[in-house]
Design a protein. Structure first.
Length: 454
C-alpha cells in the first residue's frame, strides 16, 4: 500500500495507541510519579523499536530517563535528529477538567487529556510517521536519530549532559522539533524564530521578623508595598520596559520580514477571544504580532508575602517575593540583560529594604533563515499533508535546547508544530485537534520521504 493510504487506514489504531501513552501520568515535577515516568520511557522505547529503529536505549540521568534510538541505513542521504519529550505538566486543578486529565476523551473532534498537545501527541506523530515509512517501503528513506527526554517540563536538567557526552553520536544534518503550535486552525506552520528567556526571583526584606501592624505600622518598611511600587516602575505609560539599555541591541525587522508577518492569516478577533480579557495592551508603535514574536518583554509571573490564609492576621511581613521573566529577541544577550535588570531593580529599591536577586535560568533567542532547502521541503510536505497553504511564523515562547543545538552543531532547526494556541497546554482541558494529529502524521511522513531527494 502507498504511504498516505496506509496512514489513513491506520487512523483508529494510531489514536488508540496514543491514548495508551496519555493514560500514563508522567508528571516530571512530582516524585510520586517517578514510576510513571519510567513506565512512559519504556512505552516510548517499545514504540521506537516497533517503528524500526535500532540501538534503542533508555539512558538513565540524574533525574528522569532519556530515550534514544536510530536508523542509519540510508548511506548518502540526510540524517535528521528528532527531539521531543514524554513528560507532562501536573494536571491540577483537577476540578477544572471536564473529563479526567489522564483518561483521554474525544469531544468535538478534539482529543482531551494532559500531554495531548504538549508533547505526547506531537512525538507520537513522528513515531507513527516513521513506522508508516518502514511499513510501506521496507526501509526508512533517510537516516534518523530520535531523542525523547523526560525532563522538559522541569527545565531539561540532564539533557545537555547527555548531548555533550554523545556529540558524535548525535551529529545530524538537521534538528527537527515538534513542540510548537500552528498559527491558527487550518494554517499549518513552520516556526523559524523563538524568543529567549531570563527568569528571575526577587526577595525583599524589611524588618528582621514579621511585626504587629498595630504596634509597628506607620514607622517600619513594608516589603510588599516596596516590591509592588518597584514593579510598577518597570514599565512606562507606553508599556515600554524602563530598564536602561534594555532595547539597545534589539535587531530591527527587515521590511520584507515585516511585510511577510503582516500578510499572515492572523485574526485579532480570535486572539482576543482566546485571551478572554476586556481589551489588549502592549508596547506602543508595534502591531500585536510584532509584540508577540519580535519584541522583548518583561513580565511579572508571581508575587507573594505576608498572610494569605483564611481570615485576618494583622502583620507587617518581614519578606516579600516576586518572580519575573524577560523574553528576549535576536541580538539581545541573556547575561547582559540579567545584569541590567538587576542593576535597575536595586536602584529603584529604597534604602529601607534589602534585596536578594537571583537569575534562575537563561536562554538565548533564535531565528533561522527559512530559505534553506530543508525548510522548503518542510513547507511543501505540510501543504501536501494538510491540503492547505502553509506559512512561516515566529513564536513568542522559548525552547533553550533549540538555540543550544543550533550553536553546537551549526545545523538547521526545523520546528514543525501541530498544536493550536488555544489548546490549553499546561492548563485544564488540554487538547489536540484530531485533524492536526492525523494531518501531522501525513505531513511528517512526507517530509522524511522528500528529504531523501536533498
Amino acid at each position: 500500500m502507498d504511504l498516505v493510504p496506509y496512514i489513513e487506514s491506520m487512523r483508529e489504531a494510531h489514536l488508540e495507541e496514543l491514548k495508551e501513552l496519555l493514560r500514563i501520568p508522567s508528571v516530571s515535577t512530582k516524585s510520586e510519579h517517578k514510576p510513571d515516568i519510567e513506565k512512559a520511557a519504556r512505552w516510548v522505547a517499545d514504540k521506537l523499536r516497533a517503528a524500526g529503529l535500532e540501538n534503542v536505549e533508555i539512558a538513565p540521568t540524574k533525574m528522569h530517563p532519556l530515550v534514544y534510538g536510530e536508523s542509519l541505513h540510508a548511506p548518502g542521504k540526510p540524517t535528521v535528529l528528532f527531539y521531543g519529550h514524554y513528560d507532562v505538566q501536573p494536571a491540577e486543578p483537577l476540578d477544572l477538567w471536564t473529563t479526567p486529565a489522564f483518561e483521554p476523551t474525544v469531544r468535538n473532534n478534539n482529543l482531551y487529556g494532559r500531554g495531548t498537545a504538549d508533547d505526547k501527541g506531537q512525538i507520537h506523530i513522528h513515531i507513527k510517521a516513521l513506522e508508516a515509512l518502514r511499513k510501506t517501503s521496507g526501509i526508512l528513506p533517510i537516516n534518523v536519530k530520535v531523542m525523547i527526554e523526560g525532563e522538559e517540563e522541569v527545565g531539561s536538567v540532564s539533557l545537555w549532559d547527555f548531548v555533550n557526552k554523545n556529540r558524535r553520536r548525535l551529529q545530524a544534518d538537521a534538528l527537527v522539533v515538534s513542540d510548537t503550535s500552528m498559527l491558527a486552525k487550518g494554517v499549518p506552520s513552520i516556526t523559524y524564530g523563538l524568543r529567549g528567556l531570563d527568569y528571575y526571583q526577587i526577595e525583599v526584606t524589611g524588618a528582621a521578623q514579621d511585626l504587629h501592624s498595630g504596634v509597628f505600622g506607620g514607622a517600619v518598611p513594608n516589603p510588599i508595598t516596596i516590591l509592588a511600587e518597584t514593579i510598577a516602575k518597570l514599565h512606562d505609560a507606553d508599556f515600554r520596559v524602563t530598564v536602561p539599555g534594555f532595547y539597545a541591541d534589539v535587531a530591527p525587522l527587515s521590511k520584507s520580514e515585516r511585510k511577510a508577518l503582516h500578510s499572515l492569516p492572523w485574526r485579532e478577533k480570535e486572539f482576543k477571544k482566546t485571551v478572554g480579557a476586556p481589551a489588549l495592551c502592549g508596547e506602543k508603535g508595534f502591531t500585536i504580532v510584532e509584540r508577540l514574536w519580535t519584541r522583548p518583554t518583561l513580565e511579572l509571573n508571581g508575587i507573594w508575602g505576608g498572610y494569605t490564609g483564611e481570615g485576618a492576621k494583622t502583620v507587617i511581613p518581614s519578606k516579600a517575593y516576586a518572580k519575573l521573566s524577560t523574553r528576549l529577541v535576536p541580538k539581545q544577550d541573556p547575561e547582559k540583560i540579567g545584569r541590567l535588570v538587576q542593576r535597575h531593580i536595586r536602584k529603584l529599591l529604597p534604602k529601607t529594604a534589602h534585596c536578594k536577586f537571583e537569575l534562575l535560568s537563561a536562554g538565548k533567542p533564535w531565528v533561522a533563515p527559512y530559505t534553506h532547502p530543508i525548510f522548503q521541503k518542510a513547507i511543501h510536505a505540510l501543504e501536501a499533508g494538510f491540503g492547505k497553504k502553509a506559512v512561516f511564523i515566529r513564536e513568542g515562547g522559548s525552547i533553550p535546547f533549540v538555540t543550544q543545538m543550533h550553536d553546537t552543531f551549526k545545523v538547521p532547526c526545523v520546528l514543525m508544530g501541530f498544536g493550536l494556541p488555544d489548546e490549553n497546554a499546561h492548563a485544564p482541558d488540554e487538547h489536540l485537534a484530531l485533524e492536526n494529529y492525523f494531518g501531522g502524521i501525513r505531513s511528517v511522513a512526507l517530509f522524511y520521504q522528500q528529504l531523501a531527494s536533498l
